[in-house]
Design a protein around this ligand. Structure first.
Ligand code: SAH
Length: 245
């Protein structure tokens, strides 16, 4: 008898932004595998009777490797358990959710994906920055900042990204920002383009740092910006009330 796997998005961290389906599935779980991204409040609401497996502290070296997480999910489902893999935001945006579904399917395991509200849109939104706006941006591009743009094997084409007229939203970009901002400028993006970094969006200690492509690296360093943070680049940032160049 096999159980079932659920890949569940937790939203950006505020309990009210967890979907009804996510709550229902979490509450019925035998096993929940989580990391720290869903935030303290949601993690505190996980069912006490379930086996709760901490897959690692976000942003530091992971307690469990991706492979170990996948093996654990497969093993528990094969024991007949209902397994929830809880992920920050939406499971299919930079969360390795796509890979986990592939592995589960290879094992013939039934899996339901429960979409979540992605931090890529909700975190800027909650400080008053719409990722699109008729006056500023008719397109938005989501980018992983995980890759160092100065490395030749980068999967991202910074020349193309620099030419795009819309909003750029970078996740996991804090560490590489000192390479990303100059790469965009070197490829022709206006150094005066507004930038906002929102750290720990929707948490009690949320913080916003603003500047331009030319100034943001120094601003971020001075402020001691740390992950998790969403970086927004583009005219829409001017709509943030506290915007300072
Ligand atoms: N699947 C997630 C993203 C996973 S990648 C989603 O859809 O939101 C992890 C990155 O998400 C972090 O490095 C950070 O850039 C961003 N992130 C997630 N939650 C955040 C939050 N509450 N505040 C700021 N950034 C957040």
């Amino acid at each position: 008898m096999t159980g079932k796997a659920y890949l569940v998005g937790s939203g950006p961290g505020a309990p009210g932004l967890l979907t009804l389906r996510a709550r229902e599935v979490i509450d019925a779980a035998d096993v929940v595998l989580f990391d720290q991204l869903p935030g303290e409040e949601i993690l505190a609401s996980l069912p006490a009777g379930a086996e709760l497996i901490d897959c690692g502290k976000y942003g530091s070296s992971h307690t469990l490797e991706q492979r170990e997480i996948e093996d654990l999910m497969v093993a528990r489902v094969k024991e007949g358990k209902t397994v929830v893999r809880l992920k920050g935001g939406d499971p299919f945006l930079f969360g390795r959710g796509g890979e986990e579904v592939e592995v589960l399917r290879e094992h013939g395991i039934p899996v339901e994906v429960v979409p979540g509200i992605t931090s890529a849109i909700a975190v800027p939104e909650c400080v008053g920055i719409p990722v699109t706006h008729r006056r500023y941006a008719s397109q938005v591009t989501f980018i992983t900042g995980h890759e160092d743009p100065t490395k030749p094997e980068s999967a991202l084409d910074w020349e193309v990204l620099a030419r795009l007229k819309g909003t750029l939203v970078i996740l996991m970009g804090v560490k590489n920002l000192p390479m990303i901002a100059p790469a965009l400028i070197a490829n022709g993006k206006d150094p005066a383009t507004p930038v906002a970094i929102i750290e720990r969006g929707m948490r009690p200690d949320q913080r916003v740092t603003t500047g331009t492509l030319a100034t943001i690296v120094d601003r971020a360093r001075a402020a001691g910006v740390r992950p998790p943070a969403v970086i927004v680049i583009g005219g829409v940032v001017e709509l943030y009330e506290g915007f300072a160049e």
